[in-house]
Write a protein that binds this ligand. Structure first.
Ligand SMILES: [Zn+2]
Length: 389
């Protein structure tokens, strides 16, 4: 009998293993059925437009099975896009609190939650979320970008500067450019209080971060000018041309004044002729014509202008040309018609925008360093073409 028991032992073990396996299978099946019911209920609620009930049901399903995380992210992002922030927040908060999510998903949940708070204007809470992710390989740079966006909205320039070390470490051009503008903002405040050394120091930091920041050179030229260091101001203006040819037309008049201060008018016109040859800018042309008029007379200047207009016609150039004719002619009748033409052109130019954002196309008559529409820095530049430069 004992031998028989020994013989049956392996059979009993095999039976036990078989039954156990079946029991796990059955459990799996029950879980899957449970899930399926929860998903169907969730979908039913969604279809009958009972979104909050749908969210509860779908979130409940998440606590049972983690394979559905992607679907939850998609659902929450859809809510955010539709402006239903409370619902997006509910899903993302649930994902953040979920105990068994892998690190990657957890970080994504924190990141998305930060974006929800940002969309809702809850900057302090968004900042908290993004700060948590600064060491993340996948979300570090993205989070830092959002953090700078928050500091830009709250005009908390110093807060942004506190992240300088990390920004330099990431070596991302766009972030460096943004931070350079934060320094320019502080420099503008110092400029208004005429703190010469502070302004120079802040702008040097800006140029170190972004050597192409024409804003830093523009402000530096202004402070040098105010402190009667016109030669240094002239160098800054020349630097602007090297940095940003599109923005340069805006500084030509001021640059001319600086060169006059150091009695180097010839040098200025030599430079501005080079600018005109390279860029065909209307402002450079008009500035250079003043020089030709003085040196060679009105007739030569008109000839030069006419050939320039034939090569590249612009309304501003034409307005200047008509004014030249007006100054030359002595016949009163002709003057009256020329007056009418210049008045018409001037009115036309008044309704045209001087600047356009190279990033989003926003048009404006006033210059802004940060585009009021897309908030990009240093993207508003003089309009080019027939009605502009
Ligand atoms: Zn823009």
């Amino acid at each position: 009998m004992i031998e028989l028991l020994f013989l049956l032992l392996p059979v009993a073990m095999a039976y036990g293993w078989f039954m156990g396996r079946n029991s796990i299978k059955q459990k799996d099946q029950t879980i899957k059925q449970d899930l399926s019911i929860k998903y169907s209920t969730g979908l039913n609620y969604l279809l009958s437009n009972q979104k909050d009930k749908a969210i509860d049901s779908l979130l409940d399903a998440l606590s049972v099975e983690d394979n559905s995380v992607e679907a939850h992210f998609a659902m929450a992002n859809l809510f955010r896009k539709r402006g239903e922030l409370d619902r997006a927040l509910k899903v993302h908060e649930h994902l953040v609190r979920h105990g068994n999510l892998p690190t990657k998903d957890k970080q994504q949940a924190v990141y998305e939650l930060g974006k929800d708070f940002l969309s809702a204007g809850l900057y302090d809470r968004a900042e908290k979320m993004f700060t948590k992710l600064l060491k993340s390989t996948a979300y570090g740079l993205k989070s830092l970008t959002y953090l700078l966006q928050i500091f830009q909205s709250t005009k908390d320039w110093q807060q942004g500067i506190n992240y300088k070390k990390l920004i330099v470490k990431f070596n991302d051009k766009r972030l460096l450019h943004t931070l350079a503008n934060f320094y320019c903002e502080l420099a503008t405040n110092a400029f208004e209080q005429d703190k010469f050394l502070a302004v120079i120091e802040l702008l040097e930091q800006a140029l170190k971060l972004d050597p192409n920041s024409c804003r830093a050179n523009w402000l530096m030229a202004k402070i040098y000018e105010n402190h009667k260091q016109s030669e240094l101001a002239c160098q800054c203006y020349q630097g602007i041309y090297q940095q940003d040819q599109e923005f340069f037309p805006d500084v030509i008049a001021q640059m001319h004044k600086c060169y006059l201060d150091i009695d180097a008018s010839e040098e200025f016109f030599y430079f501005i002729k080079k600018v005109y040859d390279e860029t065909a800018s209307s402002s450079a042309l008009i500035s250079y014509l003043g020089h030709i008029e003085l040196k060679f007379g009105n007739k030569k200047a008109q000839e030069f202008m006419l050939s320039a207009l034939k090569r590249r016609p612009t309304i501003r150039g034409f307005e200047y040309f008509v004014n030249m004719q007006k100054n030359q002619t002595k016949v009163q009748v002709k003057n009256a018609s020329l007056d009418l033409i210049t008045e018409l052109i001037s009115e036309y130019l008044k309704i045209k925008h001087r600047y356009s954002c190279r990033s989003c196309g926003f048009n404006s008559s006033t210059h802004y360093w940060s585009c009021p529409s897309c908030h990009e820095w240093e993207q508003l530049k003089p309009v080019r073409g027939l009605e502009g430069e």
